[in-house]
Design a protein around this ligand. Structure first.
Ligand code: SF4
Ligand code: SF4
Ligand code: FES
Length: 252
């Protein structure tokens, strides 16, 4: 048997250069300082199939037009800041690959919130609705020197809704929200759900009263757009139904 030495071992194949794709980004743009209405611009960039749409946007901004405006922070699907309408559906530009989106990609700002510039919208109305449901633990009992304990089963009750990154993909895909921005929207309901079903919390009734108002859960028509839009895979419509049931039947 011949010993395989470094000298006789077959050389591992050298990976060839990755074939780049020519990608056409059509971006709906609006500059309040110069435009009276939005218009479309096209940017042609080179990208690898495994690049993200965010990479292609960066290439367009850094090499073609520095005024192209979009928001991003983590670039890894965690901060929720680069939600946009990608080929007609809400998503995060930082987690969608070019090879999945194709070489003709349309990008628009998410709908239902005021456009500040290009793909950047004013998120304040969205965050105000989120804040209105008291999205934090409320418990006035002094735990002393111990932590507030919780069983694994009780923790599981709201596990899904802890995954929300407040990207607004759900709320801005909701036809009810487009028609009436007073509707509190699915993201705020998800945020409320996370605490309503937390066994350590004492303010579930307060939140359910808020969500029982005219602008609350009853505006939802169970169209499922929100669940499909969520990049975290949260069962948004199920969370909304659980909140509705809690209001009607079994206050927690
Ligand atoms: S299920 Fe309700 S909240 Fe979700 S998109 Fe439909 S109407 Fe909007
Ligand atoms: S529920 Fe999903 S889509 Fe809605 S804000 Fe949270 S992470 Fe985004
Ligand atoms: S940049 Fe943070 S989620 Fe996309």
């Amino acid at each position: 048997m011949t010993a395989v030495t470094e000298a006789t071992a077959p050389a591992s194949p050298t990976p060839g250069p990755v074939k780049k794709l020519t990608v056409h980004l059509r971006v709906k743009r609006y500059n309040p300082e110069t435009d009276t209405k939005p218009h479309w611009d096209e940017f042609t960039v080179e990208a690898e199939p495994t690049d993200r749409i965010l990479d292609a946007l960066h290439t367009a901004k850094w090499t073609i037009d520095g005024t192209l405006t979009f928001r991003r922070s983590c670039a890894h699907g965690v901060c929720g800041s680069d939600a946009m309408v990608i080929n007609g559906a809400n998503g995060l530009a930082c987690i969608q690959l070019i090879q999945d989106a194709g070489t003709e990609i349309s990008l628009e700002p998410i709908r239902g919130l005021p456009v500040i510039k290009d793909l950047v919208v004013d998120m304040e109305p969205f965050f105000a609705q989120y804040r209105s449901v008291l999205p934090y633990l409320i418990n006035t009992d002094d735990p002393g020197y111990k932590e507030r304990h919780q069983s694994a089963e009780d923790r599981e009750r709201f596990d899904d809704t802890t995954k929300c990154i407040l990207c607004a993909c759900c709320t801005t895909s909701c036809p009810v929200y487009w028609g009436n921005s007073d509707y509190i929207g699915p993201a705020a309901i998800v945020g409320a759900h996370r605490f309503i079903f937390d066994s350590r919390d004492q303010a579930a009734d307060q939140r359910l009263d808020i969500l029982n108002q005219r602008s609350g859960v009853w505006r939802c028509r169970t169209a499922f757009n929100c669940s499909e839009a969520c990049p975290r895979g949260i069962k948004v419509t199920q969370a909304i139904e659980e909140v509705k049931r809690a209001i009607l039947y079994d206050r927690v």
